[in-house]
Every structure is written in C-alpha cells, then in structure tokens.
Design a protein around this ligand. Structure first.
Ligand SMILES: Cc1cc2nc3c(=O)[nH]c(=O)nc-3n(C[C@H](O)[C@H](O)[C@H](O)COP(=O)(O)OP(=O)(O)OC[C@H]3O[C@@H](n4cnc5c(N)ncnc54)[C@H](O)[C@@H]3O)c2cc1C
Length: 419
C-alpha cells in the first residue's frame, strides 16, 4: 500500500499490520552477464555513484560489486564528521557542494541519515595558527561558506568544558563552521543503497573483482569471484584498495595505503555539543546520539593493508584528548578499530579517467572521504556518464602528480604520514 516510501503514515500502517508487508530494503540479485556500467566497491562512494548514475544520468544498467557486504569498509568505520572548511580553490567548491548535498540528502533519499549540523570547531593555540585560521575562514567566506573566528572569550562561552588554562598548549580560540557536524555513517550507506536499488541498480555483495579485462587498450569487463561480467565502463571506488585494483591493469598510482584508527567510549550524558579538533596535535572528537564519545587522530604512519592499528598511535591520540579535555580521562574506551585508507602524495583525492579507455578512478580518499561521499558520487557519476570531469572536481586529476599542480591543502609537503 505504501510502496517503498517511508513516512509517519507508513510506519503507523506497518505497525498496525504487524510488519507483515515489510519487504527487504534492497534486492539481492544474481549478477547479469553484462552491464553498461560496473562500479567496483560498495562503500558510500560506489553506492552514491551508482545512485546518481541512475537518477541524474538515466543509466539503466548499472551494477555495484562489493567483495564483502556494503558498508564493510571505511564507510562503516569512520568517525562521521562532515564539513567544508577547506582553504584551497581545488577543494573548497567540491566540499561545499558536498555539504549542500548533505543538507538535502535525507529528503532526496527518503531516509534518515541522521545528518546533524552541530558545528565543527578547530582550536588554535598560537598567534601564527590564529592567522592561518583567519586566512582559511576568509577563503571560506569568499566562497560563500560559513566561518566564524572565535577568540578565547567567545570560545569560553561556547565550550566552557575545555581546559583553557592548565593545558600544555593553552587554547587561544577557534575557527567554527556551524554548518559542519556529523551524519550516521551506515545509514548513509543504507540510504544510498536503498535509493540506488529503487532506481534499478543491482547491488551484488560477496562478489570480489579479481581482474579487469582489457582488449586493444580499452576495458571490456571484470573477472569476479562469481564469473566474468562484461561492461564497457568500469569505475573503481574501493578506498584503501585502489592500488591493488589499479595494479590489475598494470597501473601504478601515486597512493600509499595506511591504517587509521577510530575510538568510542562508553555512553555518557550530553557533553560535547559538536565536533572539536585539537590544533597542537592530531585529535578530533564528537559525541554520538547514543552518548559515546567518538574520536580519532593520526594515521598509524606506515603502509599496511591490515584493518587494525597499534597501541603507540592509540596512546598519541589519547594524549591529544587529555590535553584539551582532561575530564575524559576517567571515561572507559569501549572499542578501537581500524580502516585502510588511501593517501595520495598531496593528501587530496583523484576523480579522473585512467589511462585505459572505459576505466575510471575514484581514489585517494583519506581523512576527507566520508564528508565527500555525496559530491564524490555526484562527480564520479558525471565523469562516467559524460566522459568529462565535473567542474567542482576539476582539480582532482591524476596527471597533477606528473605536471606538479598539486593541491597541498595542509601545506606540509608530500609526506603522507604528516597529513
Ligand atoms: C577510523 C576512520 C575514521 C574516519 N573518519 C572520517 C571522518 O570523520 N570524516 C571523513 O570525511 N572521513 C573519515 N574517514 C575516511 C572515510 O571513511 C573514507 O575516506 C571513505 O569512507 C572512503 O570511501 P568509501 O566509503 O567508498 O570506502 P569503503 O567503505 O572502504 O568502500 C570501498 C569498498 O570496496 C570494497 N572492495 C575492495 N576491493 C574490492 C574488490 N576487489 N572487489 C569488490 N569490492 C572491493 C571494500 O570491501 C569496501 O567495502 C575515516 C576513516 C577511518 C578508517
């Protein structure tokens, strides 16, 4: 009676009919012999790409191939922060477009992705850092993005629980983006999956791509654990596995794979209103709707395909937390986990054609990958459908590593372990 549309009325109707008419949220189809487009990777980026291919470009025959289950990778492991407080012209329009898509996502997908614009606050601890944040805030405002530079007095009103006086790195103020915040990571995956499935996309789980077949310099399909699937267009969106997939066609990417860890504590009463980042080390924290404090910090700092981190980094992250929030020292950590992430040599992503016809790359997502999900899917779908770069992702070209047009957002040089 209510079809696939979620509404208060449909919830009430299902409740009164004992949920007898509920159907699976997405199908579990057998892979077909051929598709017009195959997207490899059932994380947020792959699913968003498939959805926008169908919805915005009218693609009728699209499959997402996922070797495990959707959301198994970083899409289900991240610390859920969304923001568009970037500095450089290569990044700002893209991340702001993503923020705009986040703002309308739940209506678009008819799914509660728990998008919560509770604010992202970056703390500064020195005069030069304040100047850098002032510059960043000005760049944001020039691009129509909201930004407020708070001094110590304003910040004390906003976040009185921070350790202003006794900290080893006294807090002088912060850069606040009120429109930033968090979104429930797996709900984003499920929302895109449901909407993509509803638009005719086949989501095929437990289907590992083991090879990419080419003939006369162009892609003709993919070898998988469930047989060969023919497709004239193949998009790679496999996060920390990009180098492995590219190697299947003999391509070497300017990417390293690193592990990054996430942490969650036991639930406590509301404490942290938004997202807060430490400016004198690498630490960021927010509070989930269940009450757990969700936090993280640096990469583990060495290359690895293992989804688990090590204690020295865990210790470093906790030190950062204690420096600004000593009160969390007595809260118990419930879980620590890791995810494999790409790191390009300038820390910014790649959304571009590969040098093989019909093969497209969506790669290099490190810390910024979750917040990028909607715009990444949007721009990658545009690229695959039209074979041209989308204007807001025009800087994410692969050849920038050959021409030297790097997007060095952090200004720290080509050292992946410093980002
Ligand atoms: C601990 C942690 C915290 C993070 N915090 C944030 C944050 O707060 N904000 C933010 O913006 N970003 C954050 N990130 C980064 C973000 O999660 C990733 O950059 C982003 O999720 C990557 O895109 P994705 O969702 O498509 O990746 P994934 O979910 O990893 O999707 C890739 C999929 O490809 C599949 N795959 C791989 N190889 C194959 C194959 N051969 N065949 C078929 N399928 C294959 C994998 O199984 C996986 O499901 C964090 C990451 C981690 C690990």
């Amino acid at each position: 009676m209510f079809g696939r549309k979620y509404s208060a009325l449909s919830v009430a109707w299902h409740a009164t009919t004992g949920n007898r008419y509920l159907t699976p949220v997405w199908r579990d189809p057998e892979p077909r012999d051929r598709y017009d487009v195959v997207v490899i990777g059932g994380g947020g980026h792959g699913l968003a790409t498939a959805y926008y291919l169908a919805k915005e470009h009218g693609a009728k025959s699209v499959a997402v191939l996922e070797r495990a289950w959707i959301g198994f990778g970083n899409a289900g492991r991240n610390t859920t922060i969304i923001r568009s407080n970037y500095l450089l012209p290569g990044n700002l329009p893209f991340y702001e477009w993503s923020m705009k898509l986040w703002e309308s996502l739940e209506g678009e997908l008819n799914y509660n992705a728990m998008v919560s614009q509770r604010g992202v606050l970056n703390l500064y601890h020195s005069d030069p850092q304040r100047d850098a944040f002032a510059r960043r805030g000005n760049a944001m405002r020039l691009h129509g993005v909201d930004a407020e530079l708070l001094d110590r007095n304003q910040l004390q009103k906003f976040a009185p629980f921070l350790n202003f006086d006794d900290a080893r790195f006294p807090i002088q103020g912060g850069l606040l983006q009120r429109r930033g915040g968090t979104a429930r990571h797996d709900a984003v995956v499920w929302g895109y999956a449901r909407a993509a499935d509803g638009s005719g996309v086949d989501i095929i789980q437990r289907c590992e791509v083991t090879g990419i077949r080419t003939e006369a310099g162009r892609v003709v399909g993919v070898e998988t654990s469930r047989g060969f699937i023919r497709a004239p267009k193949v998009g790679i969106a496999v996060a920390g596995n990009s180098s492995r997939l590219a190697a299947m066609v003999g391509l070497r990417l300017p990417i390293e794979t690193h592990v990054i860890q996430g942490f969650v504590t036991e639930p406590v009463k509301p404490l942290i209103p938004g997202v807060i980042t430490f400016g004198a080390g690498h630490f960021y924290i927010s509070q989930s709707d269940k009450g757990g404090l969700v936090f993280g910090g640096d990469l583990d700092g060495y290359n690895s395909y293992a989804s688990r981190g090590n204690l020295p980094t865990a210790e470093d992250v906790c030190e950062g937390g204690i420096a600004i929030l000593p009160l969390i020292g007595r809260i118990r950590v419930l879980r620590i986990w890791g995810g494999m992430m790409d790191m390009t040599m300038d820390g910014s992503p790649i959304i571009d054609r590969a040098p093989i016809k019909g093969l497209y790359l969506n790669a290099g997502w490190c810390y910024g990958g979750f917040k990028a999900t909607p715009a990444s899917g949007w721009c990658f779908a545009h690229l695959i459908a039209r074979d041209e770069l989308h204007p807001v992702a025009a800087h994410y070209r692969l050849d920038r590593f050959a021409t030297g047009h790097l997007i060095d957002e952090n200004g720290r040089g080509a050292q992946p372990n410093l980002h």
